[in-house]
Ligand binder design. Structure first.
Ligand code: DON
Length: 305
């Protein structure tokens, strides 16, 4: 497959794309990002990588971090995690409170905010230096020790914490948060603030390729094959909140979005791919990013289906 040619064709096709999306402003620091930024990076399992546009510019990975924190929590706690979080799509927005009340504080899945907050709580209990250890895990799997938290983004989100604070307090009341609520929020906002570029993200997500056996040199990061399988399944069914069905329908790959405008997707056998374009559709997913990934699987005729 000539991926370089495919990416060039995609670039030409999206030149006339009418983007109706809006950059997220509910975290004020994210609202400062240039909406015209656009990058793609594709990392193939044969070792070749292809970049386009601003693929080496760092951006706030936001909810994409939920996949990486889950991978670490599962490595540390295994099946125990599923006693506190479900594995079903929610069909609701990422920050919705409604299901939590009648499902007694057990989040539907680890990729909605409530689920990621429980994962954060698990990591705080398990890790000696939670923020340092999570960052080191991400640096190791990205094979890049320069990856950092963006303290301004983390502080900006803490200032506007009210909905995530409500979710965490409600789950604390149900006994599903063990640590101090503000510690959980501080850890969660830091994980969301991680700044990475498309290339680093595709590298990090190679841990989910080939049943976790793509790159055995990443010792600490290598995932048990069963975990790679399960996390990919969750990305497919829950990675885009109330738009997960639409993403499977139009793109056909497991993936995860973030309100920073990034999307990472992967074909378990062939590649991981990251796209970044800040304007979001009404469900909080990058509008152009979804289009690019649709074109990628359509043109290559490679998707999980
Ligand atoms: O908790 C929040 O609202 C953000 N830190 C992350 C939300 C997010 O990225 C949703 N994804 N599309």
């Amino acid at each position: 497959m000539d991926y370089s040619k495919v990416l060039q064709e995609i670039k030409e096709e999206i030149a006339t794309f009418k983007n109706t999306g809006k950059v997220a402003t509910y975290i004020p620091e994210l609202g400062k990002v240039d909406p015209s930024k656009f990058g793609v990076y594709l990392q193939c399992t044969d070792g070749n990588g292809y970049g386009l546009g601003d693929s080496l510019d760092c951006f706030s990975i936001q909810s994409i971090s939920k996949v990486l924190s889950l991978a670490l929590a599962l490595k540390l706690k295994g099946k125990e995690v599923w006693k506190r979080i479900g594995v079903e799509p929610s069909g609701d927005p990422f920050n919705s409170l409604v299901q939590l009340e009648y499902e007694k504080g057990i989040p539907r899945n680890p990729f909605i905010n409530a689920g990621a907050l429980v994962v954060a709580d698990i990591l705080i209990s398990e890790l000696e230096n939670p923020k340092e250890d999570l960052l080191q895990f991400v640096r190791n799997i990205a094979e890049d020790q320069s990856v950092e938290y963006d303290e301004k983004v983390a502080a900006s989100e803490m200032e506007h914490k009210f909905r995530n604070a409500s979710l965490t307090h409600l789950m604390k009341d149900f006994g599903n948060i063990k640590n101090n609520v503000d510690d959980v929020l501080d850890f969660y906002f830091h994980q969301c603030s991680i700044a990475m570029n498309c290339k680093q993200l595709t590298q990090a997500f190679t841990i989910f390729l080939n049943y976790g056996k793509y790159d055995l040199s990443k010792e600490a990061a290598v995932l048990d094959p069963i975990l790679a399988k399960r996390i990919n399944a969750l990305m497919l069914t829950c990675g885009f909140y109330d738009e997960s069905g639409e993403f499977a329908f139009t793109v056909g790959l497991p993936g995860k979005s973030g309100v920073g405008g990034g999307i990472v997707a992967l074909h378990p056998r062939y590649y991981s791919v990251a796209v970044w374009s800040p304007p979001l559709n009404k469900n909080g997913n990058s509008e152009l990013g979804m289009k690019v990934l649709e074109l990628l699987t359509t043109k290559t005729e490679i998707s999980v289906f």
